[in-house]
Write a protein that binds this ligand. Sequence first.
Ligand code: MEV
Length: 340
Amino acid sequence: MKGNGSACGKVILVGEHFVVWGGTAIALPLRKTHTRVTLRGNPASRTRIAMSAALDPFPSARGGGAGGAGGGGISPARTPDVRLRKAIGLALPVLAGQGRFELQVETRSDIPQGAGLGSSAAFSVAFCRALLDMQGRDCDDDLVAQTALSMEEAFHRFPSGIDSTTIAFETPCYVKTGSEFVVKTAPAQQGPRAGFLDVLPGAVLLLADSGERRSSRAVVQRVARFARQPKGDRILAKFTGVAESIALQTASALRKGDWEYVGLMMNENHLLLNALGVSTERLETLRNAALRHGALGAKLTGAGLGGFLLAAARPDAAARLRRALLASGATTVLVEDPGN
Ligand code: MEV
């Protein structure tokens, strides 16, 4: 039996981190980047998994932290790491019932790992699609989104759902995780709500790679530690309130195609994230270059502490901005269309 699945990346426009603590995030699909999973399965008395992966075409050029790049080549078949095994183990009973398989998982991806573009959610969605395909079943986006979110729990512990939802539906989405902000020992996860967003054209998105890599899980945990410091909870609650207003205003500006206002909101959101301690010197350098060279707005995207800087620009300013970002140290600049 053989099955194929594919999924795109995502970029968070506003609200990352704060969405883990009861706020709202807005994300857009990155339709030019993909993770592809091929499964070969034989019925077996107990499930066994072997992996081969060609992950991360943008290896961490200048070093970086945990969750680093896997290199560009195809590594030989190997036992998946603990989190991957756990994630796959969570998906199998939901999508394959009592089925037990000897499973060969082959992954090819052009979504960099540990860079904030949704590599683990893309793997989860592509894996779910491949597993359904292997059984001759149609893809059910709701089921895939739900299963991918529980797989994400194995990778990130407290995923808000913004990555898996945007990637499973491949459309601009928002996710809100709680109506009230309450800092506990664990982030607020009650009652997440998600929906689609209309996005009118009017700008292009440039994604500049800082070359720094880190694990989202580690950065989310770092923010959780901040929340537990004296007064940390009150500061985070205040920031989350401001971020909530930014997210609502961004959604309304996107519906009108008012990218000048979206840019303003991106800038305000970045200042909050920087104050939360999840920016880096390289991201700040790239951001200053973006703002000096015609960006409507620029911010870190995803968990931060490295990864990509996101800039929005008018289409006629994109080429100049791209050159400026490369001259300021970006290792790669991706250009994407944000519309529905
Ligand atoms: C990761 O792409 C975004 C975070 O807000 C975590 C999450 O929402 O699950 C940092």
